[in-house]
Design a protein around this ligand. Sequence first.
Ligand code: AMP
Ligand code: GLY
Length: 426
Amino acid sequence: MKVLVIGSGGREHALCWKIAQSVKVKKLYCAPGNGGIAQSAQIIDIKADDVNRLVDFASQERIDLTIVGPEVPLVAGIVDRFLDKGLKVFGPSKDMARLEGSKVFAKEAMRRLGVPTADFKMFLDAKEAHNYIEERSTPLVIKADGLAAGKGVIVCKAKEEAHDAIKRIMEDNEFGLAGDKVVIEDCLIGEEASIMVVSDGKNFIPLVSSQDHKRIFDGDKGPNTGGMGAYSPAPVVEGENFKRSINEIIKPMILGLAKEGTPFKGILYAGIMITEDGPKTLEFNVRFGDPETQAVLPRMKTDLVELTEASIDGTLDKIKMSWDDRPCACVVVASGGYPGPYRKGKEIEGLKGASGIKDAVVFHAGTRVSEDGKIVTSGGRVLGVTALGETLEEAVKRSYEAVSKIKFDKMYYRKDIAQKAFAKKV
Ligand code: AMP
Ligand code: GLY
């Protein structure tokens, strides 16, 4: 088979790494890829959101299976475009990608299907939104409706902050059209975790649980990032909370959407808050999480190509999943300054040494191969240094041991990945 992966981050490196292990795959392409992906796939110089050129490339090369990493092409309708050309592609239709592309669409679907989530109201008008803030008690969460690269959600402790958020989103149009509508919702208190499931529209299979670390500094301090590390499983959502999340959140969504005649195919990712009253949905994504995927795929024994094909073909009920029981941890190594301004083009040393640590693998994110063949930094999040261990503690220890082999100017990483889980039993 010829397989194409779309995207250029750590998630896509993990996808390529896993797909390259499938006996079914003869040739693997990645567009646009990165310095690490170049070692296991042929890099194609087409951006992930250039849907027209991706359709042309896949048609010309007769690609047998395409897996889309990021949300932007999915929300733009890449799956419908591939299907129109008779090309096999893993992911949701444009219509169902709105679960991630529109907060209003997602919240209304949850309300309709009885899925637990924070109480909310939708606004098209800034004045009405300001009035509503005055009626409610804080904290409140203000969300721009559309995609805003993770920046469109503002948790407001005081009313002033909430008014300011409405001004930024609806009056100053900081997020452009994404801010034409807003959702104002109650703030949920608890610990967050992620559950991803693969769906074929009528059947679904849960992947193992995981937890992301969104803030830049240790102790969850500082601004939000694309994710500074992950681990799997996440004890906070194991056992009863996992069962409840599946039965109360995932099942009613997948079965409800099927019943409404708009089946969801691909990965449904639920961002969940474990509150005192049990699991509640924060958001849905319609793709693999980043960096959760880097901590989940090393544990997957099942062939990912067979799994994604079964999602496309509607035969997930025939798939028997198999997992490595060992926990996995991923430490993200970033460029100093990220998520603010940072420098690129720094040579990365010690990658071989890091990969030499037992059960460790280094997934590249913001890297490229320089003109003289060296691996250099090219983004904010540079590497996802990942390891399996007999215990989560061992997985984390191995990841940091691998990180200690790596060097580049102004490299930065969190020192407390998975610390929260150590107090709980895995
Ligand atoms: P979202 O894109 O909707 O997941 O929001 C991004 C982040 O904002 C989440 O991961 C949470 O940390 C936070 N968040 C979103 N909604 C809420 C809420 N209702 N209560 C508390 N925190 C929230
Ligand atoms: N880790 C959060 C996300 O992938 O959106």
